[in-house]
Write a protein that binds this ligand. Structure first.
Ligand code: F6R
Length: 242
């Protein structure tokens, strides 16, 4: 894993944007894996800026999001579908036909997971997968002790994840307890991975990731077995390491 340390969140967002735009411009039909949450918001703002400057186009880009809450309509502002449209897709020239996000209200969730896997396979591999990390080391919604051989599945969220994500909801009771998430094996099949880590509240997670053995107790530790991972972390996230 290669680590790029930057000063702060703005620098992280800019660096991640240059990284991604460079790849998009290099590839003929880029397939991107995308994340939601607070961490990539700045990256998406930077991408929109680059798009408006005519430096990147998404006409040939396909995207797959990591996850979606179970039981939330796409029109709900807390759905990851809504998040992605609001923060990125509505502001760039991507066709929504090329955008894939699991459907958290599918009548048959197991079938939805299978079809999601099939859609990823049909698109070829994911060229570059953007990840954030949970304070508990999760990637996607693959919580500690999720099997490294997991594929897209319905995941139960840990109490700490529900609490962390309750900041987006009116009350903690409204936070879904399950999500459809790409599996760990699915994520590991991406050709390249860009892990973004920002803020003091992620410092322990980063320090643990760098020092621990590869273990299902720390889902992100699996990334040590991937041959092409870049971590961009800001100074606050590196504060326990330094
Ligand atoms: C989001 C996702 C999660 C987040 C993680 C960090 O699609 O899969 O793993 O990346 O929970 O979230 P933030 O960035 O809000 O701290």
């Amino acid at each position: 894993m290669k680590i790029i340390q930057v000063k702060d969140y703005d620098a992280l967002s800019e660096r991640a944007c240059s990284f991604l735009v460079e790849r998009i411009n290099e590839l003929e039909n880029p397939v991107l894996g995308l994340a939601t949450g607070s961490t990539p918001e700045g990256l998406y703002k930077q991408i929109i800026k680059k798009y408006n400057q005519g430096k990147v186009s998404f006409q040939q880009v396909k995207t797959f999001n990591l996850d979606e809450y179970v039981g939330i309509e796409r029109t709900d502002p807390n759905s990851y579908y809504y998040f992605m449209k609001d923060k990125l897709f509505d502001h760039i020239d991507i066709s929504l036909d090329n955008v894939q996000i699991p459907n958290g209200i599918a009548p048959d969730l197991r079938q939805e997971c299978e079809e999601y896997e099939e859609a990823i396979q049909a698109a070829g591999e994911i060229d570059i997968q953007v990840l954030g990390i949970g304070a508990n080391g999760h990637i996607g919604f693959n919580e500690p002790r999720t099997s490294f051989t997991s594929r897209t599945q319905v995941a139960d969220l840990e109490a700490s994840t529900i609490e962390a994500n309750s900041r987006f909801f009116h009350s903690i009771e409204e936070v879904p307890t399950q999500a459809i998430s790409m599996g760990i094996e699915t994520i590991m099949e991406s050709k390249e991975i860009l892990l973004l880590i920002s803020g003091e509240n992620k410092a322990e997670a980063l320090a643990t990731l760098l020092t621990c053995d590869v273990t299902e107790e720390v889902p992100a530790s699996v990334l040590k077995k991937h041959s092409n991972v870049t971590i961009i972390a800001d100074e606050a996230a590196c504060s326990v390491m330094n």
